[in-house]
Design a binder for this molecule. Sequence first.
Ligand code: NAP
Length: 315
Amino acid sequence: MLGTGPAGLTAAIYLARANMNPIVIEGEQPGGQLTLTTEVENFPGFIDGIMGPDLMDNMRKQAERFGAEFKRGWVTDVDVSQKPIKLHVNGLGEVVTESLILSTGASAKLLQIPGEQEHIGSGLSTCATCDGFFYRGKKVIIVGGGDSAMEEANFLTKFASEVTIIHRRNELRASKIMQDRAKRNPKIAWGLNKTPLEVIGDGIKVTGLKVKNNDTGEDEIVEAEGIFVAIGHTPNTAFLKGQIETDEVGYIQVKPGTTETNIPGIYACGDVQDDKYRQAITAAGTGCMAALDVERYLESVSNEWNPILSGVTEG
Ligand code: NAP
């Protein structure tokens, strides 16, 4: 199994509990996107909400309790052309498996504008929860008009003196409840209908964002010491190098109502195959589906392949 967000960990719980000996490979961000968030208020079962990292920690411990084995590594290559499937994992070597669950999630998108790359880590961030603390008493910008942008803007007002939301259109994409929360926050200023053009710095740190004001057609500089980009995510499927069917963006295609990919024995769950719902609870739900699909698959091929074969073959 690849990935340890809510999808991967739910699949691990189900497979471990069914004595299927899952090996879970966790990449650069164990626990996935929820480890970068604060309070999760809409995961059923937590009346007062739960902190994202705590939720993921609980899921991991639950999987470990049933015997799931966690390994840290970065998959650089896969060969899905025959069974067993082979993965090359940095730090682990070659891993072979009869069946594979892909739950590698999605990563934050960047604006792809001048000045952005050189300021990552020195004024430009994609994670308010991780970096907001560094902007105590400073002016910051959030780019984006979705729920993430609203949530992160509110969060940043705990630290920053002012948070300006820059969005390329007049209408926000965010849900009404999230919009209303942001609109009620007196520390949030609005820069609607403004398209980001360039991250401006003084050679060391960020000093502002150049934007095009789409009402006037003029360029403007919005001053800030920090810029947080919250414009959505890209599915983490580059390592598959085209061996599994995806859509044009890279989201893995699954057969409707299942987690089956186009390769028998390989299943996908969570945000890596979902550009629509993208919720922790839907990711967890598809993780459960993937585990059940794997169980049925291994039962169906058990005469040809031994499901216990999965394992690390070299260090
Ligand atoms: P999103 O809904 O896709 O919104 C992305 C925003 O970034 C859009 O407003 C988009 O503008 C803007 N954008 C995209 N590319 C851009 C670019 N190159 N330059 C400037 N702006 C750009 O992504 P999200 O806010 O990360 O939310 C993803 C999913 O997670 C959603 O389903 C959301 O409901 C969910 N979510 C839920 C919660 C919660 O309930 N607590 C919190 C966070 C996220 P346009 O609108 O013009 O396309």
